[in-house]
Ligand binder design. Structure first.
Ligand code: FAD
Length: 390
């Protein structure tokens, strides 16, 4: 039988996450309005709070699997705020790529560094095989040339996993990823992007101009370009099977925050959900609250399922995309539906509802848009390759 009950330790961890989320919320508005600033590496209150991850180290086989807890913690933290944490997270998307595609020596060498991941360029986003950044071998060094935009944690990271092509005519098979650390000659972070939502978040633009790095900075060290197939490209894309459920959970945490605020605001006006009555005895507002809640739960179950599969080492390409597609859609629509229920209260900057609406929008864009997830789902179900269905 499936058991959804949380153990005492699970509950202790999630209660700690909630306590910290409430503190983080106090800083959310100020950082949103001062976009050029960076989120502090540690909040002044940090000394009074445990790191929830240190509590997780007490986990035993009797507690909820870490793959599930990671989703609940992610949603619990973003319920407080998307960007603000008691202590800065130690890893970026590039760290997930390093773990997925690096050699054991590379993983050991860079495991303690914070790594961003730079794929997107001014002329290529969803269609990542169209990457223009080039890598050319010159003796024992790679020379990297190109421009990257929208790099999460790009300003503050120690280094970046950069996607570049060895041979544009080879398409996907020619694309490799390289570790480029800050300070490499020719590598410059040009600016922090200005955005609609998650404005406090560190999103960077960067250029590589005749940037030289050592030959062993090629992730996985495989310099071959296969004549057939996608080469290492598919392996690197697998990074997203771990991170997409996580992104969904973060978005759903914001949707839950908006729903909780809306439910409380309506309760103050005497509107509460009548769980005992049937659909036809409820008001439209009560029914809407129930539907939003059901959508968030459905999204969360998809994220938990995809993450649980990955935690068990099972393939989850399809499930990760389902989780991201559903989570992205629910994060976007649930926050919008809450604004509708709130009226003016949803628009004023006196409250965070309008911010959750802006912040949640990204869930359906980065790490593959909703449309791209649906393409992947269709390919997986119908058995098409990416060239057959694009
Ligand atoms: C805040 C933020 C953080 C980000 N972080 C990172 C990061 O850390 N690293 C990184 O490399 N990138 C990052 N990105 C970039 C992000 O992954 C891209 O914005 C995203 O992949 C979409 O690419 P695009 O913006 O070029 O849009 P496009 O690819 O031009 O898409 C525009 C529209 O067309 C649709 N579309 C495109 N192709 C198809 C198709 N084949 N079928 C149907 N519809 C299609 C898309 O779904 C979208 O609606 C970030 C972006 C933002 C805004």
């Amino acid at each position: 039988m499936i058991d959804f009950e949380l153990t005492e330790l699970d509950q202790e961890i999630l209660a700690e996450v909630r306590r910290q989320a409430l503190i983080c919320r106090k800083y959310a508005r100020d950082l949103d309005e001062n976009e050029a600033e960076f989120v502090p590496k540690e909040l002044p209150e940090a000394k009074d709070f445990k790191n929830p991850f240190s509590l997780m180290s007490k986990h035993t086989e009797h507690d909820t699997p870490l793959s599930i807890m990671a989703m609940l913690v992610a949603a619990g933290a973003s319920w407080g705020d998307y960007s603000v944490r008691m202590r800065e997270d130690s890893g970026g998307l590039g760290n997930a790529a390093l773990r997925a595609s690096g050699t054991p020596e590379q993983i050991e060498r860079w495991k303690d560094k914070r790594l961003a991941m730079a794929i997107t360029e001014p002329s290529c986003g969803s269609d990542s095989k169209a990457i223009q950044t080039t890598a050319v071998l010159d003796g024992d060094e790679w020379i990297i040339n190109g421009e990257k935009i929208f790099v999460t944690t790009g300003c503050r990271a120690d280094g970046v996993v950069v996607w570049a092509t060895l041979d544009k005519s080879a398409g996907r098979a020619g694309i490799k990823s390289f570790i480029i650390m800050k300070g490499a000659p020719g590598f410059e972070v040009t600016h922090k992007e200005k955005k609609l939502g998650i404005r406090a978040d560190d999103t960077a633009a960067m250029v590589f101009k005749d940037c030289r790095i050592a030959r062993d900075h090629l992730l996985g060290l495989n310099e071959n370009i296969p004549k057939q197939g996608a080469g290492g490209f598919r392996a690197v894309m697998k990074t997203f099977n771990n991170t997409r459920p996580f992104v969904a959970a973060i978005g759903l945490g914001m949707a839950q925050a908006a729903l909780d605020f809306t439910r409380d605001a309506l309760a103050q006006e005497g509107v509460e959900v009548d769980w005992d009555g049937g659909k036809h005895s409820r008001s439209a507002v009560q029914q809407e609250l129930i539907e939003i809640e059901a959508e968030i739960e459905a999204g969360m179950l998809d994220a938990l399922h995809a993450s649980w599969l990955s935690g068990n080492g099972a393939p989850n390409n399809l499930e990760a995309s389902i989780a991201k597609a559903k989570g992205g859609e629910v994060a976007r629509t649930a926050t919008s539906r809450c604004l509708e229920l709130l009226g003016g209260l949803g628009i004023t900057r006196d409250h965070l509802a309008e911010k959750w609406f802006r912040d949640a929008r990204i869930t359906d864009i980065y790490e593959g848009t909703g449309q791209i997830q649906r393409l992947i789902i269709a390919r997986e179900i119908l058995g098409y390759s990416s060239s057959e269905l694009s």
